[in-house]
Design a protein. Structure first.
Length: 287
C-alpha cells in the first residue's frame, strides 16, 4: 500500500451529476479521504455500488468498480473480497437500496462478518425516482405517493445490524467533513464488516431531514460518555427513539473476519496455467 496517496487520487475524471448541494458529495469525499488516510490506493481498492443516487459513486471514484443492480451490491462485494482478500473493498448504497430490496442481503452480510466497509447514504427518501418514501422515512412524511405519510415506523438500520450480529456499527453526517472521514477510517481499519449509516441530505425531495436538522439534532459520541466496546450501552443508544448519534456506537474488539475464520487467505483470481486451452475441462472438474 502506498503512503503518499492523496484523496484526490481517488477522484475520477467523470463529473458528478448529483443535484447541487446533495449530501452524497460530502459522503464520497469522506470515503476518498479515509481510503487515502488508511494507506490504500486506487490499485488495491474495489468500490461496489447498487442502484439509486448512491449507485453513481463508483463512476465518480478512481478505483476498480462495479455498478450492480438494485439491492445486490453486498453479494458482489462479498464475492470480490473472498476472491481476493488483499483488496480493500468498499460497498456503497442508499437507504432504499440497502434497507428495502437489499435488506436480506444486509442481514446475511452482517452476520458473515466479511472484512469490507459498507457505507449507506441515508437521505430518508427515494431521490433518483423523484421523491417516494423510503424504509427510513418518518411515519408522517408526506410524499406524492404517500400523501398522508407511510403510516408505519421507519426501519432502524443500526438496530437491524446489531440484531444480526454486527461487529462494527457507526453513524456519520456527510456535512461534517473531518468527523465523517474519521468514522469511515475506523470502519476501514476494523477487522470485519464495517457498517456506517451516513446522513446524506437530499436537498431536492426531502425538506424535513435537512442539513440544519442534523446539525441541530445529532449528538456526537466523541463528546458523550460512551464506550463503543460496551455492548449494553450501544444497545441502549441504538434503541433510543429521542436521539440520533454520530460516531462509533459498537465495535467488537474480538472480531475475526470471515476470510480468516474460513481459511480464505489466497488470491483466487489468477487463471491457472493452461486454462485458456482447457477451460471446459476445468469447468467439468469444478462441477
Amino acid at each position: 500500500m502506498s503512503s503518499d496517496v492523496r484523496f484526490t487520487d481517488f477522484k475520477s475524471d467523470k463529473q458528478p451529476t448529483w443535484c447541487p448541494g446533495c449530501g452524497d458529495f460530502g459522503t464520497m469525499n469522506g470515503m476518498m479521504k479515509a481510503l487515502a488516510n488508511t494507506g490504500n490506493d486506487p490499485d488495491n481498492t474495489f468500490v461496489v455500488a447498487g442502484i439509486g443516487c448512491s449507485g453513481k459513486i463508483g463512476t465518480y471514484m478512481h478505483s476498480y468498480a462495479l455498478h450492480g443492480v438494485h439491492g445486490r451490491a453486498l453479494p458482489v462485494g462479498t464475492g470480490v473480497k473472498l476472491a481476493n482478500p488483499d483488496l480493500e473493498v468498499m460497498v456503497a448504497g442508499g437507504d432504499g437500496d440497502g434497507y428495502s430490496i437489499g435488506a436480506g442481503h444486509f442481514v446475511h452480510a452482517v452476520r458473515r462478518n466479511v472484512d469490507l466497509t459498507y457505507v449507506v447514504m441515508d437521505n430518508r427518501i427515494y431521490g433518483l425516482t423523484k421523491g417516494q418514501a423510503s424504509p427510513t422515512s418518518r411515519e408522517d412524511f408526506e410524499t406524492s405517493t404517500t400523501p398522508e405519510g407511510p403510516q408505519q415506523p421507519p426501519v432502524n438500520p443500526l438496530a437491524l445490524a446489531l440484531a444480526s450480529g454486527a461487529t462494527f456499527i457507526a453513524q456519520s453526517f456527510s456535512s461534517d467533513a473531518l468527523r465523517h472521514a474519521e468514522i469511515i477510517e475506523q470502519a476501514i481499519e476494523h477487522d470485519g464488516f464495517g457498517f456506517v449509516n451516513v446522513f446524506s441530505p437530499c436537498v431536492t425531495f426531502n425538506d424535513v431531514d435537512t442539513y440544519d436538522y442534523f446539525r441541530d439534532s445529532l449528538v456526537d459520541l466523541k463528546e458523550a460518555d460512551h464506550d463503543p466496546h460496551d455492548y449494553d450501552d450501544a444497545k441502549e443508544k441504538i434503541l433510543e427513539g429521542d436521539k440520533e448519534y454520530m460516531g462509533v456506537l459498537w465495535q467488537d474488539e474480538e472480531s475475526v473476519p470471515y476470510h480468516q475464520t474460513h481459511g480464505v487467505t489466497e488470491d483466487m483470481t489468477d487463471i491457472p496455467d493452461g486454462a485458456a486451452d482447457g477451460s471446459m475441462d476445468l469447468v467439468r472438474e469444478f462441477y
